[in-house]
Design a protein around this ligand. Sequence first.
Ligand SMILES: Cc1cc2nc3c(=O)[nH]c(=O)nc-3n(C[C@H](O)[C@H](O)[C@H](O)COP(=O)(O)OP(=O)(O)OC[C@H]3O[C@@H](n4cnc5c(N)ncnc54)[C@H](O)[C@@H]3O)c2cc1C
Length: 388
Amino acid sequence: MYGLSPEDLAIQARARDFADELIPFEEQVERSGGELAADVTAAHAKRARELGLHSTNMPAELGGAGCTSVQQVLVQEQMGRVTNALGWVAATPPSWLPAVATPDQIERYVRPAISGEREECYAITEEGAGSDVDAIESTAHRDGDAYVLNGVKWHVTSFNTADFAFFQARLKGGAHQGEHAMFLVDLPSPGVRVVRTPAYTHTISHHHPIVAFTDVHVPAENLVGAEGDGMAFAYEWFRFERLMVAARCLGAAGRLTEEMTAFAAARHAGGRPISDHGLVAGMLADSLTELFAARAMAYETARGIDRGTDVKVSHAQCSMAKLYCSEMAGRVADRAVQVFGGRGYMRENVAERFYRELRVERLWEGTSEIQRLIIARQMTKRGPATLA
Ligand SMILES: Cc1cc2nc3c(=O)[nH]c(=O)nc-3n(C[C@H](O)[C@H](O)[C@H](O)COP(=O)(O)OP(=O)(O)OC[C@H]3O[C@@H](n4cnc5c(N)ncnc54)[C@H](O)[C@@H]3O)c2cc1C
């Protein structure tokens, strides 16, 4: 199905087996506030690397798996079958970085991220700037051989596990005054401090603290690309990550559809399996139908990237995939809770966990509203027939 090659099917099968190894840890992680023993997490990360599931998006010449976009989607889809972010060990370092990194940055950040020795986090969003990234107020100014960074960033995912951050700021002074720039900040660094670590809806080991950067000095070599380039990197990252969000949502919806179908066949009410009751059967059928449509869309978007489709077209298609797959997965999770009945409200049940966890897929990497705006803008510019 879906015209997958033997290589595609092989990596998909490896990823599925690995996801099946992770699934038994879910309840334990849920009960322990998202945490697993460090040696267990390290063993999972090692296994992901051995199986070629880590850095699927990174070039082979730098030590990455050098997978096609379709294969990246297939791997992340399987990782999405697992709750509590256990699948994040199959990490995807910033694929936009090698093309713009200096040789020194390649050695200090890119290669170690690919080998799993270093991990990044993104400090872009601020209290007054989320959807509207252009509204950021963080600043960077040149001081001799260094830049001085100031600002307070929100929702910095993985700050507690990362050892470097991408920090986006507005330049103060110089030829590019007011433009955006991106910097690499080693962690910990003097002047970088957690303001607080709020609790979020999901139970995962990666925290999303509010982080203050106060007069943080980074060497000028830590500027990524050139002054004024900051937004271009953010867009490139969004395009990739939106497709990966879509992929993980496919996995979640796939697991839920399998689990609710098995439950509905085994659970009897009124003297027959609940799957024989038309109202329940409808929920099963709608879930698989929407999953089929979503999967076809995400795979075709990835194929387009592999074929070298115009980047603006891919941008809109990644938005469509993210929008549709995340909303589809939310509907499937809601139905799964309903099919499981009272059991679906218990934290030990996969439907309950996904019901909470999938909510954020409609918020991060651009909300559903922002995806709709991007799609509509491209429709009016290029015509709907160019995009779908
Ligand atoms: C768990 C989590 C992890 C995150 N991780 C990171 C991270 O690692 N790094 C990082 O930098 N950021 C991160 N974010 C931030 C995330 O990208 C933003 O929350 C998201 O982009 C939305 O921004 P906002 O929360 O400020 O909402 P707002 O932009 O204030 O939006 C509020 C509401 O208004 C709507 N809205 C806004 N503008 C428009 C418009 N023009 N038209 C129509 N509707 C509009 C939105 O869709 C939304 O419904 C994370 C967020 C969460 C929840």
